[in-house]
Design a protein around this ligand. Structure first.
Ligand code: SAH
Ligand code: SF4
Ligand code: F3S
Length: 439
């Protein structure tokens, strides 16, 4: 009988893309997707460890799956991703949950077929997490979401060790894919009908530093820009410290690279930036934003901000608000600092009380929402080229797509427009999207 799989994914785009690889591997082994957990023969949870609270939720979820396993003893349950990449936690998982069949990490994802063979054929429980990165494996099957947009990893890992962040510990050191492999993958995607790619990496501006010949990120972008049949290129995430002029210049002169930069600032006070180990000052960051605005017309900015980092005073926080007012981000992901054990900041003495953190984040969200709405209102009456992705998720009778600046546009139109570039006139700017009509 054909076996069905169900994948639960947490975390960042990197993990979402890893789940596409897990699905690709499973389908190459003959598994088919299941529309719900209950009917699956194999459930895999692809986890995120960036916040400790999220980690606890995963533990609860695994506990809950025990019930399904009682009803169906043949059900196989696996946990992968960033949580088990912490050796201690992987062992805890195996010990605490006897109904868990296998645990794997981010580094040994391509080994999944071997692990599954042990589990399904030899009925073994398997704990297999590599502590070091290993070679990049090319040619692993990927099952992508159908549509016009695809995600392409250009580098793995992170060398930055921001003091609050677990990612470098669970994703290992920076490793870049060869330029030719990336270009070839994108060419193939274009043949399959994809029109937009988002290049993924924790720090894309470090691309190539570990490769022979040291191809730069700007070079990679320039080469991708030449790929025929591709319409749009995006990338994430840019570390402000490493975003060089040549990248800005390529963005400005290219045809396909979209006018949007996700530029996580994290904090607006130099003292906190230093304690975070971010490697730039607020003045440097503000200059960088100005420089980008001067070279790229109508560029949009988004960011990540943490409030309540250990030692953050009211004055430090005011400086974050002030920076947000100066930059005027189109939107921002805002986070309450979460004490992540295993990172240096978790050991810092002056942790900020929870009630202070919640008040600060409320204030920050209110400010950012006011700015987002104002900026979206300013788009009213303008005409944008929208790449139509599909039906709107909130209103099935409408279509949804994005501007080059990465704003979501919802409008009425024929389903034939899906996958095409359509001119849309904005009728109303809302907080998180724009309403429009075909121009
Ligand atoms: N490499 C990317 C994304 C890293 S994780 C980057 O450098 O921007 C995504 C976001 O999670 C980070 O930008 C940060 O804002 C947030 N984050 C990471 N660790 C955190 C923690 N311990 N508490 C709160 N937010 C955190
Ligand atoms: Fe984490 Fe900093 Fe690396 Fe981003 S750059 S993944 S925040 S350590
Ligand atoms: Fe991403 Fe979370 Fe891992 S943010 S890299 S899935 S720890």
């Amino acid at each position: 009988m054909v076996k069905k799989y169900y994948i639960i994914t947490h975390g960042c785009q990197m993990n979402v893309h890893d789940s596409e690889t897990i699905a690709g591997i499973l389908e190459s082994l003959g598994f088919v997707p299941s529309s719900e957990e209950k009917t699956a023969d194999l459930i895999i949870i692809n986890t995120c460890s960036v916040r400790e609270t999220a980690e606890n939720k995963v533990f609860t979820k695994i506990g809950e799956l025990r019930k399904l396993k009682r009803e169906n003893p043949d059900l196989v349950i696996g946990v992968g991703g960033c949580i088990p990449q912490q050796e201690k936690v992987a062992k805890q998982l195996m010990a605490r949950f006897p109904h868990l069949d296998f645990v794997f990490g981010t580094h040994n994802l391509p080994e999944l077929p071997k692990i599954l063979e042990k589990v399904f054929e030899k009925h073994e429980r398997v704990l297999e997490v590599w502590q070091s990165e290993g070679q990049i494996v090319e040619g692993v099957p990927v099952k992508r979401e159908p549509g016009v947009r695809a995600w392409v990893t250009i580098m793995y890992g992170c060398n930055n060790f921001c003091t609050y962040c677990i990612v470098p510990y669970v994703r290992g050191r920076e490793r870049s894919r060869k330029k030719e492999d990336i270009i070839e993958e994108i060419r193939q995607l274009v043949l399959e009908g994809y029109r937009e790619v988002t290049l993924l990496g924790q720090n894309v501006n470090s691309y190539g530093k570990d490769l022979t010949g040291k191809p730069m990120f700007a070079e990679l972008l320039a080469d991708i820009d030449k790929i025929e049949g591709l319409w749009r290129v995006r990338f994430t995430t840019s570390h402000p410290r490493d975003l060089t002029d040549d990248v800005i210049d390529v963005m400005a002169s290219s045809e396909k690279i979209c006018e949007h930069i996700h530029l996580p600032v994290q904090a607006g006070s130099n003292r906190i930036l230093k304690a975070m180990h971010r490697g730039y000052t607020r003045e440097y960051y503000l200059d960088l934003v100005q420089k980008i605005r001067a070279k790229i017309a109508n560029v949009s900015f988004t960011t990540d901000i943490i409030v309540g980092f250990p030692g953050e005073t009211e004055d430090d926080f005011r400086q974050t608000l002030d920076l947000v007012r100066q930059v005027r981000y189109d939107s921002a992901f805002t986070f309450v600092y979460n004490k992540r054990s295993g990172t240096p900041a978790a050991e810092m003495a002056n942790q900020v009380p929870e009630d202070v953190k919640s008040r600060r984040i409320q204030e920050l969200i209110e400010l950012q929402n006011a700015i987002s709405l104002e900026l979206n209102k300013k788009e009213e009456g303008k005409i944008f080229e929208v790449l139509v992705e599909g039906k709107s998720k909130t209103n099935e009778s409408k279509l949804a797509g994005r501007t080059r600046t990465n704003k979501l546009v919802v409008f009425s139109g024929s389903e034939e427009f899906i996958g095409r570039l359509i001119k849309v006139k904005i009728t109303e700017g809302k907080l998180f999207h724009l309403e429009g009509e075909i121009a």
